[in-house]
Design a protein around this ligand. Structure first.
Ligand SMILES: [Zn+2]
Length: 418
């Protein structure tokens, strides 16, 4: 909009027949010209912006902006021809370029992050006619470094990121990268810190989510864990430590995506608080909200998916190397016995079925038929597969570039624009 006004102003000056010498001077210093000689153009339109309100119709929307009545049916018809108007979502931004007589010159509606509907008046004379188009909103991607720290107030990754204005999606992304190494609730302590190098998308200057995390570092007590994204030939992208060993272990650290809090530990002889005699607790209890997704900790085959007494809705999965894992008290089961599941794949949702005093996940692990402590088993797992020697040169050059960018001081602060 503004651009066309300036263009108009420049043409206006020419039309006034100002001496060409003046124009040469002004061309050398356009800002000065504007300040001294800017002729305000007669206003011919109002530029209205807003967000689609809840429970409204297109006709109402135009009515609320005092659009000329004759325009509305033609506008609604053109828009309906271009998109399903029932899919217009409350909260999405729109703009109306409304002529002073109340006719619409242009209407724009942001369908989603990627697409925008544009409606423009076909001609200024005669019955209202509109041309519609759906445009792709260009996306720009920059690579930014984001850092944060755990404090007493921001003791979780989400809280620390919120404090730095970076959003939930990024927290989940980071948790995903390090899930084999860190238990995001019980491991992180005040004083711990993290840093990631991540692709950030913007659309026309506005934040539009994150892309891949290219590298990351978590300092947890005296441990420093680094992750580098790398795609082996013909494979899919994965994360590796600085020496090129996969961060993906045979087991995930826990079946829950994020922040599981252990409410009851594994014990081969736990003294029952009421009955008074020792009774084993064949697994780990995690507090998690009802409905939270539960993933298989390793690839395997579902051996049981159904009701067990005590366990309620239960899923059991058999893995390689003589391991079996079980997930109890689920509110819903998402797999069938005999199905093959991948690491992290959804098997059910957290609930309170069977003998459970509250909503939680009981996660058990057997090794060669005997219950073992999954937390200890995980700790003892060797690191994952190394990158093939032939790819190490490529990996190390990626790694060095990412680490250098991640620690570049000029962009190390998280911005607060999300
Ligand atoms: Zn339990």
């Amino acid at each position: 909009m503004r651009k066309s006004y300036y263009l108009g102003a420049a043409l206006g000056l020419f039309a006034l027949g100002l001496p060409s010498a003046f124009w040469l001077v002004s061309a050398a210093d356009p800002a000065a010209t504007v300040r001294a000689y800017d002729v305000p153009l007669e206003k011919d339109a109002d530029f209205l912006t807003g967000y689609v309100p809840a429970r409204t119709t297109l006709s109402n929307l135009f009515e609320n902006h005092m659009i000329q009545r004759a325009d509305t049916p033609a506008l609604v018809a053109s828009i309906s021809a271009a998109m399903d108007v029932r899919r217009m979502r409350a909260g999405q931004p729109y703009t109306i370029d409304r002529l002073l007589d109340g006719r619409v010159r242009r209407f724009e509606y942001e369908i989603d992050r990627d697409r925008r509907l544009t409606v423009s008046r076909a001609s200024s004379e005669g019955a209202p006619r509109f041309l519609t188009a759906i445009e792709r909103i260009p996306k720009e991607t920059t690579v930014v470094a984001v850092e944060g720290a755990m404090t007493r107030e921001t003791s979780s990754l989400i809280a620390a990121l919120d404090a730095s204005g970076e959003g939930l999606a990024l927290a989940l992304g980071i948790a995903d990268v390090f899930s084999g190494e860190i238990d995001f609730n019980s491991d992180l302590q005040p004083g711990d810190s993290f840093r990631v190098l991540v692709e950030r998308h913007t659309r026309e200057g506005k934040p539009a989510g994150y892309g891949a995390i290219l590298a990351g570092e978590i300092v947890n007590m005296d441990r420093k864990i680094r992750a580098i994204r790398f795609t082996p030939d013909g494979g899919s992208p994965a994360y590796y430590d600085e020496n090129g060993r996969s961060l993906k272990r045979f087991f995930l650290k826990s079946p829950l995506k994020f922040e599981p809090r252990i409410t009851s530990r594994f014990s081969s002889s736990r003294k029952h608080p009421i009955l008074g005699y020792a009774r084993a607790h064949n697994g780990v209890d995690y507090y998690a909200p009802a409905g939270a997704p539960v993933g298989a900790v390793a690839p395997g085959v579902v051996t049981l998916a159904g009701w067990t007494s005590g366990g309620g809705r239960t899923v059991k999965v058999r893995h390689n190397n003589g391991y079996e894992t079980e997930y109890l008290h689920l509110s819903a089961i998402s797999v069938r016995a005999g199905a093959r599941v991948g690491q992290g794949e959804l098997v059910g949702r957290v609930g309170q079925t069977g003998l459970a005093t509250g909503v939680h996940l009981h996660y058990g692990m057997k090794k060669h038929g005997r219950y073992v402590n999954p937390v200890i088993e995980h700790r003892n797992m060797p690191p994952g597969e190394p990158i093939a020697p032939t790819l190490m040169t490529v990996f190390t050059s990626d790694r060095d570039r990412y680490l250098q960018l991640m620690f570049k001081p000029t962009q190390s602060r998280a911005t607060n624009d999300n």
